[in-house]
Design a binder for this molecule. Structure first.
Ligand SMILES: Cc1ncc(COP(=O)(O)O)c(C=O)c1O
Length: 476
C-alpha cells in the first residue's frame, strides 16, 4: 500500500490528523483497504508521510472513534469496517459536534480495557478489591430494600440522600449543605467544567496529572497550563497565574496520580497564598488522601484555606471500589447549589440504595476498617513490586521514588521508551500505562505508571518477571 500517495496539506484549515484520518477513510471506501487489513504502526506511517507521530496517533484515535479501525495492544491497528457512502447505516459519527470529535481521547478507556484483557494488569488504577466488605454490603442492601423501599427506590434530591449528606458532613466537619453527592470524581470534574469554564479559559493543572481531569477541561475548550508540583516551584506557579490569569487551579495534592508524590505543608500554604492574591479557585482532588501507608498526609488545602476558595473532591473509587461509582464534593454552599443544578440536568440523582449502603458503611465503622486493611495490603504489594523490579530488571534501568501511599509506582526508564516496552509487555501478558498519557503535550515518553494495589503479591512477582523479559527484548 502506497501511504505516501496520501496527500496532506499543512496549510489547510483542516488539522493534519483529520486530513490523514479522512484520507485513510477514503481508501476504505474505495476498497483499497479492506476490513481485517493491518495498518502500519503510527511511527512508520508518520515517517512515511513526514508528519509527527502525534498526527498519526490522533488520526488512528479518530478512525477508532468512527468505528472504522480497532487497535490491539501488541498486535497493531486493523480495519474493522468499511465506511458507507450511501444507504445502509446512518452515519452518526458525522453528526457528533466538533467539540466531541476534537476531544475524543481513548486514554481512560484503554486503561480500563487493559484491565479487562486476560493479562496481569498494572494498568487500571483500582485498589485491592478483595478487601471489599461484600457480605456486609449484601446484608445492608437486603435490610434497606426490606425496611426502606421508598428511600432506596424512589426519587431523591439531586444533592444526595439527606442521610448520606449528614454522615459525610460529620466526617468532613462541615454542614450537610456543603456536600454534593456525585457519580465519582469524574462527574464532579465534568460539573465543575460545565459550571465554571468557558471556551479558551485557562486552567492550571498538575503535570503529569490525572487523565480524566485533562480530558474534562479539554472538552470544555479550556487552555491547559501544566505545573509540575513535584518540583514545587511556587515562583513558576505565580508566573503562570500572572501570565495566564487562569479560571481554576486543579491539583491532586496527595499520593498524586500518576507520580505518587505528595505536596508538603509549606507548598500547600504557598499555593493558598497565591490563589488568594490572584483570586484563583482551587479544585482539590483528594482521591488518594486516605490511602497512606503509615504517616497521614498534611492538612487539606480546603482546611488550610477557610474562605471558600477551595472545591474539595472525594471518591469511594479508590477507598472501596470503582464500581461503587460514588464520590462527593465539599465546598461552599453557593457553588454546591450551582453544581447540583447542572447535575440535575445530567442524571437527576444517584441511586438511593448505594447511597444508603455507603452511608451505613461509613457511619458504622466498616469503611474505616476497610481502609486499614487496604493500607496494609497496598503497602505489602508496593514493597513486593519494588523488590521484584530491583531483582528482575537490569540495575539502574528503572528509577523511581518509593511510594508512601496511593496506588502508583511512577518509574523512569533509562534506555528505552515506555510505549515500546508497553507493547512488548502486552505480548508477554502484562499491562501498565506509559507516561505520555499523563501529559497534555504527550511528553513523558520514558515514564511509566505501575499500579501495585490491585494485584496479588504472587502475580506482582510474575508480572514484573514478564516486564523484565519484555525489557530485554526491547533493549535488543
Ligand atoms: C486523581 C483522580 N481523581 C479522580 C479519579 C476517578 O475517580 P472516580 O472513579 O471517582 O470518577 C481518579 C481515577 O483514577 C484519579 O486518579
Amino acid at each position: 500500500m502506497d501511504w505516501v500517495g496520501l496527500e496532506l496539506d499543512a496549510k489547510a484549515a483542516t488539522p493534519l490528523y483529520l486530513q490523514l484520518c479522512n484520507g485513510l477513510s477514503d481508501l476504505m471506501v474505495d476498497g483499497k483497504l479492506q476490513p481485517g487489513d493491518q495498518l502500519p504502526s503510527e511511527r512508520k506511517l508518520a515517517e512515511q508521510l513526514s508528519v509527527s507521530r502525534t498526527t498519526a496517533v490522533n488520526a488512528y484515535h479518530e478512525l477508532e472513534a468512527r468505528g472504522l479501525v480497532r487497535s490491539y495492544i501488541g498486535r497493531g491497528t486493523f480495519v474493522s469496517s468499511r465506511p458507507e457512502r450511501m444507504g445502509a447505516h446512518f452515519a452518526w459519527r458525522g453528526k457528533v459536534t466538533e467539540a466531541v470529535q476534537q476531544s475524543l481521547d481513548m486514554s481512560i478507556r484503554s486503561l480500563i480495557e487493559l484491565d479487562a484483557a486476560d493479562t496481569i494488569s498494572f494498568g487500571a488504577g483500582q485498589p485491592n478489591l478483595e478487601s471489599f466488605p461484600i457480605e456486609r454490603y449484601q446484608a445492608l442492601s437486603d435490610h434497606i430494600l426490606t425496611n426502606y423501599p421508598r428511600a432506596a427506590l424512589g426519587f431523591l434530591p439531586t444533592e444526595g440522600h439527606p442521610h448520606l449528606r449528614e454522615v459525610l458532613a460529620k466526617r468532613e466537619g462541615v454542614r450537610p449543605e456543603e456536600i454534593l453527592v456525585v457519580t465519582g470524581t469524574q462527574q464532579a470534574l465534568d460539573l465543575i467544567s460545565r459550571c465554571l469554564l468557558s471556551q479558551h479559559d485557562s486552567v492550571v493543572l498538575d503535570w503529569p496529572g490525572y487523565v480524566g481531569a485533562i480530558q474534562s477541561f479539554r472538552f470544555a475548550g479550556a487552555h491547559l497550563c501544566g505545573w509540575d508540583f513535584a518540583n514545587g516551584d511556587l515562583d513558576e506557579l505565580e508566573d503562570i497565574f500572572l501570565k495566564k490569569r487562569p479560571k481554576l487551579l486543579y491539583i491532586n495534592p496527595t499520593f498524586q496520580n500518576p507520580t505518587g508524590a505528595t505536596l508538603p505543608l509549606e507548598a500547600r500554604q504557598g499555593i493558598i497564598q497565591l490563589a488568594r492574591s490572584y483570586r484563583v479557585p482551587i479544585v482539590e482532588d483528594e482521591a488518594y488522601r486516605d490511602m497512606y501507608f503509615s504517616e497521614p498526609p498534611p492538612p487539606t488545602l480546603k482546611d488550610l484555606e477557610g474562605t471558600g476558595l477551595v472545591i474539595h473532591l472525594r471518591t469511594f473509587s479508590k477507598t472501596l471500589a470503582p464500581g461503587v461509582r460514588l464520590g462527593y464534593v465539599v465546598a461552599d454552599e453557593a457553588i454546591i447549589d450551582q453544581l447540583s443544578l447542572v447535575k440535575a440536568q445530567s442524571d437527576l440523582f444517584n441511586p438511593g440504595l448505594s447511597q444508603l449502603c455507603i452511608a451505613a458503611l461509613v457511619d458504622e465503622g466498616d469503611y474505616d476498617k476497610n481502609l486499614q486493611c487496604m493500607r496494609s495490603s497496598h503497602l505489602q504489594r508496593a514493597r513486593i513490586m519494588e523488590k521484584s523490579l530491583k531483582e528482575y530488571l537490569p540495575t539502574n534501568s528503572l528509577h523511581w521514588q518509593s511510594p508512601k501511599g496511593g496506588l502508583y509506582l511512577w518509574g523512569h526508564l533509562r534506555d528505552v521508551e515506555a510505549q515500546a516496552l508497553q507493547q512488548a509487555a502486552a505480548r508477554h501478558g502484562v499491562s501498565f500505562a506509559s507516561g505520555e498519557k499523563f501529559f497534555p503535550d504527550k511528553s513523558g515518553k520514558r515514564s511509566m505508571r505501575l499500579v501495585y494495589s490491585s494485584t496479588s503479591q504472587q502475580r506482582i512477582v510474575e508480572g514484573v518477571k514478564r516486564i523484565a523479559a519484555a525489557y530485554a527484548e526491547v533493549q535488543k
